[in-house]
Each structure stands twice: as structure tokens, then as C-alpha cells.
Design a protein around this ligand. Structure first.
Ligand SMILES: [Zn+2]
Length: 309
């Protein structure tokens, strides 16, 4: 694998477990199950990525999940029926908890992305992850496991990182992360969203609520104004960027009006801002619904692979 992996360029984390675990029916049928495979295949087709350079994660261990989630909760989600109810899915498989396995795989992906981002200082994209609504003891908004918090806690325990910044540009507020880190001075949470769930006032947090139907100009002006050098004077050791595609005008759920070009500019701005400071960067997919959603993350990854930083 190392022959194909070039540490100077961005790369991706993906495995077939990311596809098979996802439910294809129920409340979340707006989710395009093939979204991430389309992205991977598109990158390979355009010669931007070698098949063997894709980093493949292991399922996250229970020891690692316990760094964030309670024993009681982890025990409860062993039952596929409980998981289906929590995520409001109509269908469940009584004998195989594929949804739990999906979340363990994606969380393993965020761990692997962090390891590579720290070891080589290579920007790494997980083709999934950013499940920012999950709490230690309960699921919320199709988030069963909080992969970002698990990765942060694991690498803190290993003493590889001390100060962490989460930049969350998903359409929805990252309430799970905000609550989890509300008393933690070493984690800065930054979020621009149109859907606010809670309000917490603390120095290491910026929550910016945008109007629905917000366009490229207003969004990009706000981002450039708010994600400024004073945020970055926090001096994180690593940045997690939850690059949710749901502010996209073609998104099946969100009601923001950002164009494909506007979404690209948003992602490019964050990418440059962080990489100019040579900070390790892990990018997580976050939300994004409907058949056109894949284009946004694809454009971003293609750009990052072409532009060495
Ligand atoms: Zn979202």
C-alpha cells in the first residue's frame, strides 16, 4: 500500500463496510447509499487516486468507544431493534446489527484519518463521519456514535494532541460536540448552521446561525469574517473539519441556497486557512442528502489531491 500512498497529498479513508451497513429505507431514504462509492470511483477514474492508496479502517474497538459512550448505552445498542428505534428506521435485521457495524467502521475511519494526519501531516478525508449529534448516552439525528469525540479522546489519551479545533459547517448545529466539550478549554468548537439545537456561551465556541435560503455571498462573507486569525490564535494541534454538504441548494433536506461553486469556495477557504498554518487536518463528510449531494465532497477532495500543501 505504501507504494501508492504519497504523504505529500491528501488521501481518503473508505471501506465496503461504509456501504453495506447503511439503511436503504425508512426516514432516511433521502440518503444516497452509493454517495461515497461514487466519490471514490470518480477519483480513481480521473486518475486522482490509486485504488490501493485508499486507507481502509478496522471497526472501532469497544475500548475506544468507551472513551466517549457509557457502558449502558453501548450495551443497549447491541440490539438491532433498539438501534432502529433510536434512528427512526422502519426496517431492521433481527440477526445482524449492520447499522452499529457501519458506525463502528466509520469511527475506525476517523481514528485512521487522525493517525495519518498526525504521522505525515497529510490532509485525510473520511468518506463518512462527523456524527455530531450523538451523545455519550443517547443517539440523536441519525448519529449513533460520535466518531469525532472518540478520535479526539483516543489521541489525547495517547498524548498525541492537546488542543483541538472542530470546524463544523454542516447545515445542522453540532450539538453533541458542543455539549460534550462545554467545560473543556482545550477544545474549540466553531459552527455555522441554519438549524440551532442549543445555545452554550463559552470562550472557546463560536455558533453562528444563518437564515434559511442563505446564498453564497452571505455565507462566504460570514465564514471569512468569523473564521479569522483570532480563532486560530487558539493554536490547535489538529483540526477536524465537518464538511457537511447539506447547505447545498440541491440538498434534499436542507433549505440553504449555496451553489456547487459556493460550496467549493467554502471548503477551499477552510482548507487553505488551516493548511497555510501547516496544521494537521482531518475532514469528515457530515450530512448531505439526495442524489446530487456527492458532487460537493467530490469537488473538495479532487481539489485537495491536486493541490499539495
Ligand atoms: Zn446535517
Amino acid at each position: 500500500m505504501m507504494k501508492f500512498f504519497n504523504r505529500q497529498y491528501a488521501t481518503i479513508v473508505f471501506s465496503s463496510d461504509y456501504i453495506y451497513g447503511l439503511p436503504s429505507a425508512g426516514e432516511h431514504q433521502t440518503f444516497d447509499m452509493m454517495k461515497y462509492k461514487k466519490i471514490r470511483d470518480g477519483l480513481i477514474e480521473k486518475n486522482l487516486l490509486h485504488r490501493r492508496a485508499v486507507l481502509r479502517p478496522e471497526l472501532c474497538s469497544y475500548d475506544d468507544l468507551r472513551l466517549v459512550h457509557t457502558d449502558k448505552y453501548l450495551k443497549s445498542i447491541q440490539d438491532p431493534q433498539v438501534v432502529s428505534r433510536m434512528l427512526r428506521l422502519d426496517l431492521y435485521n433481527l440477526f445482524y446489527n449492520s447499522i452499529l457495524e457501519y458506525f463502528r467502521a466509520v469511527t475506525g475511519g476517523t481514528l485512521l484519518a487522525t493517525a495519518y494526519a498526525l504521522k505525515w501531516n497529510t490532509p485525510v478525508f473520511n468518506l463518512g463521519g462527523g456524527y455530531h449529534h450523538a451523545h455519550p448516552d443517547r443517539a440523536e439525528g441519525f448519529c449513533l456514535i460520535n466518531d469525532t469525540a472518540v478520535a479526539i479522546e483516543k489521541f489525547r489519551k495517547l498524548k498525541r494532541i492537546k488542543k483541538i479545533m472542530i470546524i463544523d459547517l454542516d447545515y445542522h448545529q453540532g450539538n453533541g460536540n458542543l455539549l460534550f466539550y462545554k467545560d473543556d478549554q482545550n477544545v474549540y468548537t466553531f459552527s455555522i448552521h441554519a438549524d440551532e439545537w442549543i445555545a452554550i456561551d463559552r470562550p472557546q465556541n463560536k455558533d453562528i446561525l444563518m437564515p434559511s435560503e442563505c446564498d453564497d455571498q452571505l455565507y462566504l462573507q460570514t465564514l471569512e469574517r468569523e473564521l479569522n486569525d483570532s480563532c486560530l490564535s487558539f493554536q490547535p494541534d489538529i483540526v477536524y473539519f465537518i464538511a457537511g454538504s447539506d447547505p447545498y441548494i440541491k440538498d434534499a433536506l436542507g433549505d440553504m441556497n449555496l451553489t456547487r461553486q459556493g460550496m467549493f469556495k467554502r471548503n477551499q477557504f477552510v482548507y487553505r486557512k488551516i493548511r497555510q498554518k501547516k496544521l494537521p487536518l482531518v475532514i469528515l463528510a457530515g450530512g448531505g442528502y439526495g442524489i446530487d449531494s456527492w458532487e460537493v465532497y467530490y469537488d473538495f477532495i479532487a481539489y485537495a489531491i491536486k493541490n499539495k500543501y
